[in-house]
Design a protein around this ligand. Sequence first.
Ligand code: LLP
Length: 413
Amino acid sequence: MHFFEYKDGQLFAEGVPAAELARKFGTPLYVYSAATLRRHFEAFDSAFAGVPHLTCYSVKANSNLSLLSLLKDCGAGMDIVSGGELHRALTAGVSPDKIVYSGVGKRADEMRQALAAGILMFNVESAAELELLSAIATDMGKTARISLRINPDVDPKTHPYISTGMKKNKFGLDIESSLATYQRAMALPGIEPIGIDCHIGSQLTSLDPFLEALDRIMRFHERLSGLGLKITHLDLGGGLGIPYNDEEPPHPTEFGEALVKVLKDHPMTVILEPGRVIAGNSGILLTEVVYTKKTPTKDFIIVDAGMNDLVRPSLYGSFHAIREVEPKGRPDVDVDVVGPICESGDFLAKDRNIPAVEQGELLAVFSAGAYGFTMSSNYNSRPRAAEVLVDGDKVTLARRRETLDDLIALEKN
Ligand code: LLP
């Protein structure tokens, strides 16, 4: 459910016509809906009301400060994976004791930064990381609260690039080595093991892999209790999918109910790290048709947003709905919607059936709020798009469009 709707024959972002935003801020333009973000956060968070919990929004999905600040005001904590994301979360005013830090390759300087900030928990992903964290924390006279990220070896049945909880993936520790690593953690100075962590993948459209992973984690938890270790935090990661096209992922309420049923008799604080389910359908990408082009085999719609702006279709073959901003009622045609980048992999849609559009008209690419702007780049020396946040009738320029001078500002001539 989102607040991008057609009224009086044109697309609105909440109370504002999308075409007006494109005129004012130019294209390509990311447009986010504050009401949708709040609604998604509240639906997700309230699904876990039955257990003590902390919903840590996954910053990687969309790290714009205006969004982080809005979600912080809803009560969100943050899940981060770099010193850069920590800097953003703290700048947005998120309390450090609501920040958890995941990632297989945390550097020493990033550990120092997070220890100095006093974050809630490091999700440690290897024995080597644990040793380094202990050395750094001891050196700083601090204690690092940690969980180990367990790789439960469950197939999340999603795109292979975003499956993370299978044996062959680089993430976490397998269950057997984890037991010994927890024992090591209990003995190490500067380390306080408080949690268990797990994240099996992204864009999951079924409950089963989540429940299977939870079952394995809970059995592992019992074995840990046998070591005399008291676990107070259970981090179940993110991963709940969203409808991009015809997917039917579980509703957050259903997701929450199923997990709470298993968790309610265990006195632990449950941490969740949703990204896509909060931000994905809270954003669209507006783009202008630069040219239309017919070839003997294909018709192309060439738009001013490319794979540098939204890489998901090129990288994962992902589907994003594309609709006219001001529908003209023309018949449907089969087209490729492509960007201006010099690669044949630069497309937003392939063999898509959409109404015919003409040069100068606007298209909206839906479900672009998560992993859209955050994965954008300057490839082909294209300044990155602007981002606006709409809240009712109010529009905030959440990030100004990059300029040509921004492109070269850090370089030596
Ligand atoms: N926690 C951890 C440790 C993660 O690695 C991720 C996502 C999340 C939470 C949030 O997952 P979500 O709720 O958003 O599914 N670029 C890809 C998605 C990569 C996800 C990486 N990890 C895409 O565009 O589909």
